[in-house]
Design a protein around this ligand. Structure first.
Ligand SMILES: [Fe+2]
Length: 304
């Protein structure tokens, strides 16, 4: 796995006092400590409470997310599902359902989607490695097979035993900015065709796609462009021959592997990682069986 060497970013620049590397925001008293990595920052001082978060906290954490891409909340009590849902809903919905609250093809996916996923007693889902281990998860943006962009993802570590695999992140904004000009021009107006890989293919469940997104997509709030699409959900680039589409997707994958700033997160118990799911992709290796690795997905209303 290649790793681009880029110095860690300094802490969030606005309204801060204190000395490096940890900086405290005067207004919200949140503290920030950049990771020893190309991106990512540890945040302390969040108070979980009922109801939505303060607008100043949302604004500040949004700025921090734009700059650092991955926020690691560390050394804090675990929030109840209701409190976590209320807090993070202030940043946009965590599960991108259709207006009636149901994913169109949900009934086709519930059986397979729950592999290794258990309902937590107070809501949310737990992903448990257990006796079976877990298959490798390739680079992806969560829920990229759905029509709306999921802007943030929230994942909490409950247990990270010896031998548990880390979660890796990579910065696809920088990949987009490093693309050669002629590739950018060629892909500028192109749309990717996405399918949910857990569903029957279009031959068995006839449909044109589950979602279409620009290959070089602009974040709905910031406008910053990223190379978008998961290795296993973007099947084709519309408007290209099948051969062209295949070779272009393969080229983009190689380019991203070679150039993406990369960070591997070894979870500490209780860490809650919140990341920009639009411009940051994540993956993990195959998990050997018999290792304690329990993760909690804070997704608001869970699927299925
Ligand atoms: Fe994921």
């Amino acid at each position: 796995m290649s790793q681009t060497k880029i110095a860690p970013r300094s802490a969030v620049p606005d309204s801060f006092s204190g000395s490096n590397p940890t900086q405290t925001c005067r207004e919200t008293l949140l503290t920030y400590e950049p990771l020893d990595a190309p991106f990512g920052v540890v945040v302390r001082g969040i108070e979980w409470r009922d109801g939505p978060p303060d607008p100043e906290v949302v604004a500040e954490l949004t700025r921090a997310m734009r700059r650092h891409l991955v926020l690691v909340f560390r050394g804090q009590p675990s929030p109840s599902h209701d409190r976590a849902n209320a807090f993070w809903s202030g940043f946009g919905p965590l599960v991108m359902d259709t207006p009636d609250g149901q994913f169109h093809y949900n009934r086709f996916s519930t059986e397979k989607a729950v592999n290794n996923v258990l309902r937590n007693k107070d809501g949310g889902n737990l992903v448990v490695a257990g006796d079976e281990g877990m298959v490798e998860l390739g680079w992806h943006n969560d829920q990229s097979h759905k029509p709306q962009f999921k802007k943030i993802s929230v994942l909490e570590n409950v247990r990270f035993g010896a031998g548990a695999v880390p979660t890796a992140f990579r910065d696809m904004y920088t990949v987009c900015e490093l693309l050669p000009a002629e590739i950018k021009a060629r892909l500028g107006g192109k749309q990717g065709i996405f399918f949910d890989p857990r569903l029957p293919g279009p031959d068995k469940l006839p449909r044109l796609c589950d979602a279409m997104h620009p290959v070089l997509a602009a974040h709905p709030d910031s406008g910053r462009r990223a190379v978008f699409g998961s290795d296993w959900t973007m099947f084709r680039i519309a408007g290209m021959s099948e051969a062209d589409s295949k070779s272009t997707i393969a080229w983009l994958r190689d380019f991203a592997l070679e150039n993406a700033p990369y960070y591997e997160h070894f979870w500490q118990e209780g860490d809650i990682c919140v990341w920009d799911n639009f411009g940051v992709q994540h993956r993990r290796n195959h998990q050997e069986p018999g290792v304690e690795r329990i993760m909690r997905l804070h997704e608001g209303v869970a699927e299925g």
